[in-house]
Design a protein around this ligand. Sequence first.
Ligand SMILES: Cc1cc2nc3c(=O)[nH]c(=O)nc-3n(C[C@H](O)[C@H](O)[C@H](O)COP(=O)(O)O)c2cc1C
Length: 370
Amino acid sequence: MTGPMVAVGGAGAGPSPSPPRIPASGDGTSVKAAEVDLSTSYLGRSLASPLVAAASPLTGDPDELRRLGEAGVGAVVLPSLFEEEVLAEEVGFAAAVEQGSGVFHEAVEYFPDLSAEKGVADRYLARLERAKAEVGVPVIASLNATSSGGWTRYARLLGRAGADALELNLYFISADPSRSAADIESEQLELVREVRSEAGVPVAVKLSPFYTAMANFARQVTGAGASGIVVFNRFYQPDIDLETMAVLPEVTLSRSADLGLPLRWTAILRPLLPPNVSIGLTSGVHTGSDVVKAVAVGADVVMVASELLAKGPTRLRALEAELREWLSGQGYSSIGQLRGSVSAASAEDPEAFERANYMKTLRSFELLGR
Ligand SMILES: Cc1cc2nc3c(=O)[nH]c(=O)nc-3n(C[C@H](O)[C@H](O)[C@H](O)COP(=O)(O)O)c2cc1C
């Protein structure tokens, strides 16, 4: 067989795309790239740039954080504090006290000196304070959790320690056949309500793409008090090592091809959610063009992890420059003029984001080299 078997359909198929439209709010006068206004608002905060460093090991490192600040990042999301870490520590503490009290009733000095040892939550709070000092832009703390309960008081600690906002990551694999979607969703909504009421700062909820009724759930999440949603979590898929037949937990970096899913859902959700609810788009943002697309479908901020992990914080400068060049080249003087101009409410063909386009796209698929 020679050459590629198939051509890419979908975006590449059909009539050539129409030229960019200057939204009615844009005045179309030419503005130098350096002068384009990139300011945006996210979770009630004004940001100088829509480019946000998503939660990753990069944002957990003080030196990298400083570099991100120097590269013009709009805000940073710290790596998550996991519910399991907090609970494990609490269980460990209780067990240690229990053990000590059983053996030496009055000899408190035999208790392990847990107060002297910094626990996982303390370390996280210290990391938050350090991040605030290093980066000079809003710092969003992240909680990764699946269930409500007393542990959500940590949300309050993070809010009090100076987090500008919280991101609640609802990473969950629903592998228990006895639990229905409704059960899981109602538990997650309870968690959102609890974290919201504890936090004292705005809360964004980072969703996975695996909800049957995404639009409905996203609306319920904001109804439960979330000031924003982040679409989408990337799920790390295990692989199998064929030598040892062991399951390998794989963390692979994304590609621009991964952008399609959050792009579609941001476009659909933007007009369905109240205008004061922020949307952060994450997954598959690698180029300035990716950033333009994300904002065009309605993202308030565009979150980047893989690209920065691969190329370092200075890549952010290049992304910003590409974004500025594009905006200025198309006659935009601010990013606000672009935002949402291709959401499901304003796109020339809103059905392009929904099922109606499915059959057309499949039919447009062309076989090559035959
Ligand atoms: C190594 C690594 C660690 C991550 N850690 C977290 C985390 O602690 N909390 C979280 O919510 N997301 C975490 N993420 C997900 C990213 O924040 C981001 O949402 C995801 O990677 C998609 O963006 P990307 O395509 O730019 O990588 C992590 C991603 C990577 C690659």
